[in-house]
Design a protein around this ligand. Sequence first.
Ligand SMILES: [Mg+2]
Length: 178
Amino acid sequence: MRIALDLDGVLASTMHVWLRIWNAERLPTLTYESIDEWDFWRRLGITEREFAEIFSRAWSRWREVPPAEEELREKVRRLSEVGTVDVVTGRPREDGRYIRSWLELHGIEYRALLISVSKKAELGYDVYIDDSPRLAEELTGRRGLLLLRDQPWNRSVPDNSRVRRIRGLDDAVAVLTT
Ligand SMILES: [Mg+2]
């Protein structure tokens, strides 16, 4: 079983640092739970490029980026007993060194790290563990089960035979082994 494990919103809670930067410099003040849409930045009157710039600044402060759940290293290890785990992310190449440092700091083991991936659904993984509501649409008509990591910005996506909502990586292991 080949598993594509997402970085932001699944392994790393990058939005916490994104919000720290935003709230230090801009208005309105935002909370984590208020980020209830994938394209939430549109409401803020900023461009996607500005959103992405803050995201890259967040990764440049990689030591501040918290793991998305406790005992992450052990949970990823358990997942690798179920299948081959690749970390697959759309982050741009320039963030690669920060990402590698972060994964090393947190002891995350994986087979390969794929950076700057724009169309994950075309990679043909058996399982995608991801927080993107868009990936559910992109996987329509393709192979691959989406284990959608619960986040405020993906709550509008309903479960179906190809999409299962999970609260964390232990849920993923449970779904894949039962
Ligand atoms: Mg993500």
